[in-house]
Ligand binder design. Sequence first.
Ligand SMILES: *Cc1c(COP(=O)(O)O)cnc(C)c1O
Length: 482
Amino acid sequence: MAEQPSTSTVSTAFRSALDVIREVEPRVADAIAAEVADQREMLKLIASENYASPATLLAMGNWLSDKYAEGTVGRRFYAGCRNVDTVESLAAEHARSVFGAAHAYVQPHSGIDANLVAFWAVLSQRVESPALEKAGVRQVNELSEQDWAQLRADFGNQRMLGMSLDAGGHLTHGFRPNISGKMFDQRSYGTDPVTGLLDYDAVRAAAREFRPLIIVAGYSAYPRLVNFRLMREIADEVGATLMVDMAHFAGLVAGKVLTGDFDPVPHAQIVTTTTHKSLRGPRGGMVLCDDSLAEHVDRGCPMVLGGPLPHVMAAKAVALAEAARPEFGTYAQAVVDNAKALAEGLLTRGAKLVTGGTDNHLVLIDVSSYGLTGRQAEAALLDAGIVTNRNAVPQDPNGAWYTTGIRIGTPALTTRGLGPAEMDEIAGLIDTVLDGTSPAAAAKGGTSKANYVLDASIADQVSRRAADLLAGFPLYPTLDLQ
Ligand SMILES: *Cc1c(COP(=O)(O)O)cnc(C)c1O
């Protein structure tokens, strides 16, 4: 990693922290140390993971955690929030500057929470505010029983249009298992069955027909760019609010790899994100919005969020300060270059990729050409020291549990400094494992979508090669916990 403080400072800080923990519950100290060891040894290709910097990690473990700070900067429901105000202001200031946003709300505890804050901000602006105005009152407590009942019914009667799950959308974009699907009447748009690409004409047609209150763009498993200028045009045409969930690609936006039509911030009224994926910050969420939504977004806590996590907001401020540096732009470009090299390496070896390649940080392999389900491929790769996750492909014949895809991404390995040559070699390792894996029968006979056989010598040979490869790119090269 480029942004390393001196050797002894980092090692001393983490070693002392572990010593203090070990005195109380040694098993927790051991688990933390074991986690560092695992993360150092495994080839981490999970597209939603990364490695936060030592400064970001250390900003989380301290006394800021002990404060209650409901409310917003300067308007708290608790006394003594001066230092929390400082870190929350810093995080928001860095977020506004890195993303060029009018307003930033840095309290959400996760991406799901950020989306919930955003949905309720839009409902507050577009459903609640007009109802209050119509009744001639300032807040909900002043509504009559009848008006309140009507407003509650109206909240439950709104429509949302989002990307379908098997095209790469996220469960929080209006799907029934998530609260968003219980709140909204949802319809989804998919991708073109032939090219696998987002079809804007189809999105426009669906929007005209369905007339949603909110159009959600953004994804977890779509390997191409989204034209947010076009999405906003569509939203404007039907009077919808455009919300973009950039949880996966926020780092590419911060690093100015996604610009113009592909940068969601100037186009969407509201943008949500996680802070721990390509953005490389602490585990958390964030909402950016225009001025018209700011007051609604700021009601996130206590409306849908528990008390803010001041220690995590401190770490967000640190990580966003890192994202503001020129090196982060270099990193973000390398993430995309690496994903392209990985895709190229797989295609050369005959693998089938959804959309035939990638323009961002992730690649979706259709493993049906290896005769495997996603579940079998994921387990076989793990046996060989390669950590990935299975993922549905469009119109997936194996459903959302077994799936037909393997999603891989480059944010984590790029943080460690691996480059295109290593990506090509990793593509070879993946191909070797998948080629050497065959489906196995279920215990009671018949086919199984989970069982598989992978020759132990292949698993061994690949995991040894993966470990050698990683040894050249140590995670936290200056960290020594012994
Ligand atoms: C990861 C992700 C989320 C959820 O983030 P959590 O921090 O796990 O709650 C939401 N939306 C998208 C598009 C994601 O990829």
